[in-house]
Structure formats: structure tokens, C-alpha cells
Design a protein around this ligand. Structure first.
Ligand SMILES: [Zn+2]
Length: 275
């Protein structure tokens, strides 16, 4: 379950929730970030949240709509759950529960999905930055990048940042979502650089306490965009362009096809912007 990150911040980053889950627990109450992939795991998370400090759950937020961060959302249906307007839209347009369940039907994790009922955010906002009324020591900064609705969340008193899936630590990121943008992703990374957070809780992988990972992402995204734009101008065909982009070295893939899927979407965005 939760490991302690700082005085007020806890996180689950061991992969048991698939997408990382975080908790801010103060003397006035608790605030949850993301809900894991599985309803069964989310029930345990809720029990743990209600045992931490005051145990009072004031609400929570989704960093973005992806299944591995929102599959347990129904377990928190009775507290205010915040999502950006574009995250709400992604829930409506891009969610793929049936397709996903089919993929997992015969897997050992089948039981963890029992009673699955993904629940979209009950509180929707579009101002930027945004501060939720129940918990005013966080701010949500909408950046897009990994998905159009992706946000960064900053816990102001400790300057701890929750990057959602704009940061995968130790492995190649998934950027193949139909709403992903390498330009927005790069801006998100630069926003993190400017904030100089003390610690960063990523969407996947371990908590980091320096900007090394972020700086690497900035360099990588800049290289991809620069080469991508050059290939567009030279009217290189898609297959050759992707081969060239794949040559740029970065983190190892956790699953084959992640890098190709990501670069294919990113090149599509680069092409649309530059032709
Ligand atoms: Zn994601």
C-alpha cells in the first residue's frame, strides 16, 4: 500500500495499482490523486485512506482519463472527484471498457475487475490553474501532453508535484493516445523545470527528488520534434520517418510497440502542425 513520500504525501508506486496512486493527508483532511486500475484494489486503497491521519476523505482528482488510473473510480463516487473538462470529454469519447475487458477476460487479473463501473469526474473545471474548493493547498495546472486533459498537480505547502503520465520513470512513456501531443508534453516538462519541485510523483515508476529525469524528457522531446519537423519539410514518407525517429535513443520499452505507437502519434501531430 502507501509509502510515505514526505510529511503529508503518500504514494503507491510499486505497480500493484498499475497507474500510481497518491494521497495528500493533512490535519484538515485527505485528498486522493488517481484511483488505480482495479475496483478491488481501489477498495483497499479507500480503507487505507480512511486510516491515514484524520481519515477524512475530502475529495480527489484524476490526472487524466486512462483506464489504469481510473478503473477504480466508482469506489470514490460519493466524494467530489475532479477532472479537467477535456478529461471528462475523453471519458465520453475515448474510454474503451468493453475492448479492455475483453483483453483481460482470461488473464489472472480478471477478479480484480469485478463490478467494474468507471465513473467520470463529478467536478469539472476548465480554468487554469485551478484550485478545488474542498482542498485549497493544491493547484491543478492543465498542460495536455500525454492526453489532451492531462494535468500537473502541485501540493503547494511542500512543493511536491504529481506529474501523472507526463512522466514515466525508468521506462519509455506511452504517447500514443489519440489526443497526445509532443508539443504540449514538452511544455509540461518545461513547466515542471520552472517549478523546481522538491519531489515528483510520476504516473508510473518511482518518486524522484531531482530534475534529471525531466531534463532528459525535455532533450528527447526537443530532438523528436526537431527531427520530425525536418522530415515533414523534406516530405519523407511515413515509414522512413518513423524509422529515423525510432533511432533517437531514450528509455527502454516495457512492452514492444510502445515506442512505435508513441512516435507514430507524435509524428502525426508534427505533420498536422507543419504542413
Ligand atoms: Zn496514461
Amino acid at each position: 500500500m502507501f509509502e510515505k513520500v514526505s510529511e503529508d504525501v503518500y504514494a503507491i508506486t510499486d505497480g500493484s495499482t498499475v497507474g500510481n496512486v497518491a494521497l495528500i493527508a493533512t490535519e484538515t483532511g485527505n485528498f486522493l490523486i488517481d484511483t488505480s486500475m482495479y475496483p478491488k484494489v481501489a477498495r483497499d486503497i479507500r480503507i487505507s485512506v480512511e486510516k491515514t491521519k484524520t481519515g477524512k476523505l475530502l475529495g480527489g482528482a484524476f490526472t487524466h482519463y486512462h483506464f489504469d488510473h481510473t478503473g477504480g473510480s466508482q469506489i470514490f463516487h460519493d466524494v467530489p472527484m475532479y477532472g479537467h473538462a477535456l478529461t471528462k470529454e475523453n471519458f465520453e469519447k475515448n474510454y474503451m471498457t468493453d475492448e479492455f475487458l475483453k483483453r483481460f477476460k482470461d488473464s489472472p487479473q480478471k477478479d480484480l475487475f469485478e463490478g467494474l463501473r468507471p465513473t467520470p469526474p463529478s467536478r469539472v473545471y476548465s480554468t487554469n490553474p485551478f484550485v478545488p474548493e474542498e482542498f485549497n493547498n493544491v493547484e491543478f495546472i492543465h498542460t495536455g501532453g500525454h492526453t489532451s486533459g492531462s494535468i500537473l498537480i502541485r501540493y503547494i505547502p511542500e512543493n511536491i508535484l504529481f506529474a501523472g503520465d507526463n512522466l514515466f520513470v525508468g521506462r519509455y512513456p506511452w504517447g500514443g493516445d489519440p489526443t497526445a501531443s509532443p508539443y504540449d508534453w514538452l511544455n509540461a516538462m518545461k513547466t515542471i523545470q520552472d517549478m523546481k519541485p522538491k519531489k515528483i510523483v510520476p504516473g508510473h515508476g518511482s518518486v524522484v527528488d531531482e530534475l534529471t529525469e525531466i531534463n532528459r524528457y525535455v532533450k528527447y522531446l526537443e530532438k523528436v520534434i526537431q527531427l520530425g519537423e525536418k522530415l515533414v519539410i523534406e516530405k519523407t514518407d511515413e515509414e522512413k520517418a518513423l524509422e529515423a525517429l525510432e533511432e533517437i535513443d531514450f528509455l527502454p520499452e516495457s512492452r514492444e510497440g510502445m515506442k512505435k505507437g508513441t512516435l507514430s502519434r507524435w509524428f502525426e501531430v508534427i505533420k498536422a502542425k507543419n504542413s
